[in-house]
Design a binder for this molecule. Sequence first.
Ligand SMILES: Nc1ncnc2c1ncn2[C@@H]1O[C@H](COP(=O)(O)OP(=O)(O)OP(=O)(O)O)[C@@H](O)[C@H]1O
Ligand SMILES: [Mg+2]
Length: 619
Amino acid sequence: MMKIKDFLFSLRGKAILVATFFIVIFMAITGYVILSREKALYLKDRENQARVLVEAAGINFTNTLLYQEVGLIEETGVIDLYILDLLNKEKSILTVIIFDNDGKVIAHCHLVEHGKFYENAEEIITHQATLVREVNDKNRGPFLEAITPLIVGTKRIATLRIEFSLKDFYVKLADLGKWIFSLTILAISGSIFFVVLGINAMTRPIRRLSKAMDTIDYGRFDTLSERPRRDEIGHLQMSFTDMVRRLRDADLQWENTFNSITDLIIICGRDFRVVKANRALAQGLNTTTDRLKGKMCWEVFHSEIALKPALNGPCPDCPHVVTLKTGNPSAMEIEYSSLGGIFQVTTFPVWNEKGVVTGTIHVAKDITEQKRLQEKLIQSEKVAAMGQMVSGIAHEINNPLNSILGYATYLLETVDDSSPLKDELDRIARAASRCKETVKRFLNFSRETPTRMEPVDIHEVVGEALAMCYPTISAQGIKVMKEIGADLWINADKGQIEEVFINIILNACDATSRGGELFIIAHRDGSMSTVQNRSWIKVKITDTGCGILQENLKRIFDPFFTTKEPGKGTGLGLAVSHTIVKNHGGAIDVESTVGKGTTFIITLPEILSHYREEGQVRD
Ligand SMILES: Nc1ncnc2c1ncn2[C@@H]1O[C@H](COP(=O)(O)OP(=O)(O)OP(=O)(O)O)[C@@H](O)[C@H]1O
Ligand SMILES: [Mg+2]
């Protein structure tokens, strides 16, 4: 149906239809004119024959009537015989009638009609000369009527009327009509055939041009390869080829410009589908620009859609959506997982001629490095501010701390060894000195002051850290399981290493709900090579707490990173611990499963017993 419609509305279809219409009309008129002419000629011929015959017969009938009148012929029925003879000779004669001057039938080919008066007789007997005419009788059909007056001198004695059949005339006419009709159909078909051929040949180059224009619409610029014709279509073809060349040049120029930009660009439709992408983006994604076409923009920028169905849609506050709504440029920072970085994304509206925003140009600038440097700068500014603040208040804290420590030490010396206060005073003295150490650690953190190294027993330092955390552990009802290998020594600043364990144990307590478990396992690591007489000690502190989210794992060692409520955590515990362990030539690793628990693994270089005994420790 569509094809017929297409054909009817095409130039070729219209030309063929119009030509066919005129050919049919022309041929029909021609056929009709030929047939009418033939009929007129043939009828004229028949009329002439009838005229000759009626006039010749009229002479004979006049004579016979005259002879009867003057008595030369006595016997009756001569005229009837004569009529019979006429009928036998001329087969086309239907009837022969002779009327007297009163209109009475005086002779008839059917004898029974003799003596009758006909209705039309009056009109017949008035004609003064021979008359031949075609009569169309309702009952008998068409026939030829020839009337001639029978005159002697100037006296009219009777009127002869002969009817001639036109049956064979109409049969012949019908045959002629059929023949002309067949000829007309043949001529029409032949003409249409040649017209179609001609129109096809004329419109072929136009169709080719149209096809070539269609391909341009799809971004291909193949020009017509054949040699142009010399007529108007040839001119059109040449102008078109020229236009194509200019279009191709403009397109190439645009494409080159688009692809020379190092920012990542897509042209995005209202439906979020990529209409065009530049080469920088395709290279960044390790694909081709063609493959990006038609994809949803979030499929292009978020590689982990399969894992996170929430990403299967526009980003929150998507600048594309904002630009489509407002018609203004919009910008925001977005992390694109497929490109592994943070981008400054700006969208610009694309307007159509009706003033409607049909899509946006989406320009993404990689600011990952800039962001990292910015964060580092903020961080170092924070750290510097913290260092300043800490060193500012250090003296204020140190003075009362010194007093607490001094009085605690003085009381310790004065009380009896058996006194029940001795243990408590000892705790106060140690807590105060740990506070002093912590203040020092803050200073260490901000100023990187050197540490005081000595052989430290892991068993002892872990025990002391646990003792310091005991109030929290017991308040939380946490079950502690310890498995510390024998004779594990490190070269360390005891206070600092204790601080590391305290930080990690306290974090574990914070993450673990009531009745949780804490495992502390320390052993020599056999899997590591003992290069230069150095082996390693691993201390694993495992809790059954809430675990750490994947996205937080890489940030927990950052200074001031905390997920705790304000006032409950400074975010310095792990940062300080990390610095301390690093300063001791070791490392901290973390493994965590959300909802199951976390393990911190502290790896430190061991000092072998003979070095320890000899008092030679490595630093
Ligand atoms: N065992 C753990 N289980 C779950 N999360 C932990 C664990 N240890 C550390 N974290 C996470 O790491 C963050 C940083 O820890 P860090 O010790 O550096 O700071 P903090 O404990 O928040 O504050 P601060 O130690 O200075 O009082 C914590 O806020 C917490 O989110
Ligand atoms: Mg902490």
